[in-house]
Design a binder for this molecule. Structure first.
Ligand code: PLP
Length: 440
């Protein structure tokens, strides 16, 4: 018998399985098994009819415009991305926001996800002098997709948020600036805005304080704009986009409706974008260029802005409003719950204070009812505190000194982009399950 294949440390880190990877497989299996499954678990953008029609129109233009299809399919782009696309984007950002940037501030990647892998590992991990640096995530819960991206363990330092109860059944996270410590071991600060999973949008004041802190300490502030402005602009509250010389902003075409084209965009200091282009060429030679070709004329004409503001944003805002209404209706006052302020992105973040089981057990129970969500505790990582189930620890969400923090076990993320009947039925099943638990 052959000896078992051995993976390197990096190989294990990347390929030995992650909690979320297993969960995604589980979700996929549950879907494949068929039956009446309510899929409220993924990050899939909706198929908005006007947007799908636009992609079809653009593909027809690519097909009929002489030489265009051949160029897109038959050419490698430079590692930094397509020159015309980058110039169109820079032009739009200069016109729209007045940012003093040029093509040297932009690099294209194979989706936003790859941009983060490259960025985090360029900046943090083991340094040439043997010291280690980390990425500070100042407000947990944060995007689960970052969690396993380190080429070594312990790449992230997560911070507990402030939890502000804004009404009987509503709350909003805030950055606990008093607890924020930045020293030499922090390589960069990173936030998603709007945040996946909570739908939180950091206030302009919070972002400006983070930016000042980063600047003072000479480190970059990474702002993940996967759902932000100027596209797809799935932001339901006022939020001013921020640019500065130490800011690294990432954008993506995915949530605009083009996840299949794998197009990520990094806007940042020229040393950073050059390093990203260089790394991109080592890993993948060049980027997919179809998404860039589909979207370029929309950047040049500015149509992308009206599309985001008048079609994409209102579509999701209405979905969020409807889902919140069904939550109010189904949950009524029969157990303690709070919904995070839905300020953007594609999810509702539900909190059940005092939930007698952990969020993964709740996920399993809901799966047995044919409802797929994402258990909340996956989104709390890099925290310096013991994990644990709520029934092993006393204390309320924001008061558990030394012990496991209940809150991380009391939340779940549900996507509201699916057909209304599924979302509504899924919410009713969540209500039923939590109500039955509350009676135990
Ligand atoms: N950042 C956030 C907050 C996300 O939710 C996602 C995807 O869901 C990504 C980045 C990566 O998206 P993509 O690789 O499709 O651009």
């Amino acid at each position: 018998m052959n000896p078992p294949l051995r993976f390197s440390k990096l190989g294990r880190q990347l390929a030995a399985g992650s909690g979320i990877g297993e969960l995604m497989e589980d979700l996929g299996r549950a879907l494949a098994e068929g039956g009446d499954v309510k899929m409220l678990g993924g990050g899939q953008p909706a198929h908005i009819p006007e947007i799908d029609a636009l992609w079809r129109r653009r593909m027809e233009e690519i097909l009929t415009s002489p030489g265009c299809l051949e160029r897109v399919l038959g050419n490698y782009d430079p590692p930094r991305g397509n020159q015309r696309f980058i110039e169109a984007l820079v032009g739009l950002l200069r016109r729209e926001f007045g940012w003093p940037i040029g093509p040297e501030h932009v690099a294209i990647t194979v989706g936003g996800q790859t941009a983060f892998f490259i960025l985090f590992n360029l900046l943090a991990g083991e340094m040439p002098d043997g010291s280690r640096r980390q990425i500070l995530l100042p407000l947990m819960p944060e995007y689960i997709g970052y969690a396993n991206q380190g080429s070594c363990e312990g790449l992230f330092r997560g911070m507990r948020p402030r939890i502000d109860r804004t009404g009987e059944h509503s709350f909003k996270y805030g950055i606990d600036f008093d607890a924020l410590e930045i020293d030499e071991s922090i390589a960069a600060i990173c936030v998603s805005r709007p945040t996946n999973p909570s739908g939180n949008v950091l206030t302009d004041e919070e972002l400006s304080r983070l930016s000042t802190l980063a600047k003072v300490h000479g480190i970059p502030l990474v702002i993940d704009n996967a759902y932000g402005a100027p596209f797809p602009d799935v932001i339901f509250t006022g939020a001013t986009p921020l640019w500065d010389e130490h800011v690294i902003l990432t954008l993506s075409l995915s949530k605009l409706g083009l996840p299949g084209t794998r197009t990520g965009i990094v806007i940042g200091p020229p040393e950073i974008t050059a390093a990203i282009a260089e790394t991109g060429s080592v890993i993948g030679l060049a980027n997919p260029n179809l998404g860039q070709e589909i979207v370029r004329p929309l950047l040049e004409s500015g149509e992308i802005l009206s599309l985001a503001r008048e079609t994409v944003r209102p579509y999701y805002q209405e979905k969020s409003r409807a889902a919140q209404g069904w939550v109010r209706e189904a949950f009524a006052d029969s157990f303690d719950y709070a919904v995070h302020a839905s300020e953007g992105a594609l999810f509702l973040w539900l909190w059940f204070p005092g939930l007698p089981i952990g969020s993964r057990e709740l996920y399993e129970r809901l799966k047995r009812r044919g409802v797929l969500v994402v258990p909340g505790d996956y989104f709390f990582y890099g925290l310096e505190e013991p994990e644990g189930l709520p029934h092993q620890a006393g204390g309320r969400a924001d008061a558990s000194p030394g012990g496991p923090w209940r809150h991380r076990q009391e939340c779940l993320r549900m996507t509201f982009t699916m057909d209304p009947a599924s979302v509504r039925a899924g919410i009713a099943a969540i209500a039923d399950e939590v109500r039955s638990l509350s009676r135990v």
